[in-house]
Design a protein around this ligand. Structure first.
Ligand code: G6P
Length: 609
């Protein structure tokens, strides 16, 4: 999410920063800016749009000259893409300038305190709070001022900071967002990833959480957050530019699968209060309004529709509000029964999918209140809906969605809990229990990654398949639809998902010796039923891969192979169950030598009907 570069050396900083930002553009591209130390002042230029727009603004206007500077390319989280929301952000006194990746979770509380003290904000970003805090904490010592500010922040960040009193120094720090300090003959760099500086150097220090670096023109000193010096090892990377963009992974799809713990955390954590309740203060729905809805309609396309199918089970179970789920392309033409007592939720990663946008407009025309769950800030669906909840997954490059799907599930779970509290179907303590379990999901996803090698081996056995069938019941069936889509869209193996109970009504005739079936058995309540279905298929020669919750031996007893996922609450199981399925699809496609990130005939954003 977002890209950072900084330079301190002997060359002209502006072209170096702009070239570095260009390399980082894949990380975020809605606005960009630079701050250069120019003649005793920090000169900031920023622009909405791509790096090219920033270049043109600089070329047409004033070109900052200096040998110390920081730059940023943004993927909006707090606030629309705009000149004002672009980074770097000045502090009130303009003594400090800051670039930031990540999400400051306590920014609202800090901002309120600062507003009371008379600080005036010029942007809607969480980052500007960091800049203002630097002024507030300014003790005349650059490092101490930064350290004090860091101690007041919660959330995730990679930060680059300039100070007017320090023409020879920049400071950077990180927590849960990547950051490195690179060393070249013409000076030192900071960067969110090595891509930005590969043209100049391959030598870098990888920063760890809660480390701070004071970067001079020919010196670098590292500290912990107590200000104690620490030693670090210089590393040399051998990646080429394309590998570097993918963080060393061979494809964006696997990089994005691996980013899911962070994406889930970023989407979940800022919406939880210190006392453990859900706070969706980005939307204007009151309890009365929620209680007034007779029905919720969810629409989306592709994986977003699959999220809706999972959410139906979760919302109906927790909040006891009836839910209908439609493919956006069907909804818009089916004369839907929607009125002012209906809430229509549109789910979309891009926020630009033509059918989803038209479904939203149709719902609005019929008088429904609309809420969108969107990843791209300022997109059409986000702008046109009454309320929007953003999934803070960061840019998703691979056509097959993974981290956007996972963060959409999280937002829908949070909404279900919010609705359930409003309807009274869930007590605050029961809600707190679910939220506490949700907090553990990123760690549990990481645990699934420990089985990556095993899943890769299983995927090899899928290489020459012509067909695969996914079965499950209820929420497992909803996950099965997404699992099947993941496999077919990237590996081109024909696959279908079936509700376990439907097999006998036709599909079972397709089963012959060697047919591959994946049995999703995460739903504790119905695991026996799915196991029985799997047995029936095995009796007809099918090979069964089981997906089961740790400790469930029933599945092990019947399936050829089993992938275990950690235990969580049944309503949250999809967030874990889908992860091995994404890995299975990915590694099968790799084994079949498919173009994983850009499967044939598909587009990331479908803006035509
Ligand atoms: C395309 C993508 C899918 C996505 C669908 C909906 O088909 O390949 O991954 O689920 O569009 O896109 P949206 O941006 O609306 O989520």
């Amino acid at each position: 999410m977002c890209g950072i570069i900084g330079y301190n050396g002997t060359a002209d900083a502006t072209p170096l920063l702009l070239d570095g930002l260009q390399k980082l553009e894949y990380r975020g591209y809605d606005s960009a800016g630079i701050a250069v130390y120019d003649n005793d002042e920090i000169d900031v230029v920023k622009s909405r749009g791509k790096i090219e727009d920033l270049r043109q603004k600089i070329a047409k206007g004033h070109v900052p000259h200096g040998t110390l500077g920081i730059g940023h390319t943004r993927w909006a989280t707090h606030g629309q893409p705009s000149d004002d929301n672009a980074h770097p952000h000045y502090s009130a006194s303009r003594k400090f300038a800051v670039v930031h990746n990540g999400i400051i979770e306590n920014f609202a509380e800090r901002k309120e305190e600062l507003l009371k003290k008379g600080y005036v904000f010029h942007s809607e970003t969480d980052t500007e709070v960091v800049a203002m805090l630097l002024d507030e904490n300014d003790c005349g010592d650059f490092l101490r001022t930064v350290l004090k500010t860091l101690s007041q922040l919660t959330g995730s960040f990679a930060l680059g900071v300039l100070c007017q009193d320090e023409p020879e120094t920049m400071i950077c720090a990180k927590r849960s967002c990547p950051l490195l300090v690179a060393v070249s003959d013409e000076g030192n760099y900071i960067a969110s990833d090595i891509t930005a500086v590969l043209a100049h150097t391959r030598h870098m220090y990888k920063m760890e959480d809660d480390e701070v670096a004071v970067v001079g023109k020919d010196s670098i000193a590292f500290y912990n957050t107590d200000g104690e010096p620490i030693g670090k090892q210089l590393e040399t990377v051998t990646w080429d530019v394309s590998a570097a963009e993918k963080g060393g992974y061979p494809h964006f799809m696997i990089k994005e699968i691996m980013e899911q713990p962070e994406a889930v955390r970023n989407t979940f954590s800022p919406r939880i209060t210190e006392d453990g309740t859900v706070k969706l203060d980005d939307i204007d729905l009151t309890d009365d309004m929620i209680r007034g809805f007779h029905k919720i309609n969810i629409v989306g396309c592709g994986s977003a529709y699959h999220v809706g199918l999972v959410a139906r089970y979760v919302i109906e179970q927790l909040a006891r509000i009836p839910v209908e789920v439609d493919l956006a392309s069907e909804f818009r033409y089916r004369y839907p029964l929607v009125d002012e007592h209906t809430l229509t939720i549109v789910i979309s990663q891009s926020g630009e999918t033509a059918d989803s946008l038209e479904a939203l407009r149709e719902a609005k025309r019929l008088g429904s209140r609309t809420l969108s769950v969107v990843n791209v800030v300022g997109s059409s669906i986000a702008t046109e809906s009454d309320d929007v909840l953003y999934t803070w997954a960061g840019p998703e490059i691979s056509v097959a969605t993974t981290k956007a799907y996972s963060t959409q599930l999280i937002v829908m779970d949070l909404l279900a809990i919010r609705f359930a509290l409003a309807t009274g179907a869930l007590s605050p303590s029961a809600a707190a229990e679910i939220l506490a379990e949700m907090e553990k999901l990123p760690g549990k996803i990481e645990k699934i990654f420990e089985q990556t090698d095993k899943i890769e081996r299983i995927a090899e056995s899928f290489t020459f398949l012509h067909h695969a069938y996914f079965i499950g019941r209820n929420i497992d069936y909803a996950v099965g639809l997404e699992a099947s889509l993941k496999l077919k869209e990237v590996s081109y193996i024909h696959s279908e998902a079936y509700a376990g109970g439907e097999l006998k009504h036709g599909t079972i005739s397709l089963i012959e010796p060697g047919t591959q079936v994946v049995a999703l058995c995460g739903c504790e309540r119905l695991v026996d039923k799915t196991v029985s279905n799997a047995k029936e298929l095995m009796a007809r020669g099918a090979h069964v891969l089981g997906i089961a919750v740790e400790g469930n031996t029933d599945v092990q007893n019947i399936a050829d192979k089993v992938i275990y996922i950690p235990e969580t609450l049944p309503v949250l199981q999809p967030s874990l169950e889908i992860v091995p399925m994404q890995l299975l699809g990915y590694y099968t496609a790799v084994a079949r030598k498919c173009d994983v990130d850009q499967p044939r005939n598909l587009a990331k954003s479908v803006t035509v009907e």
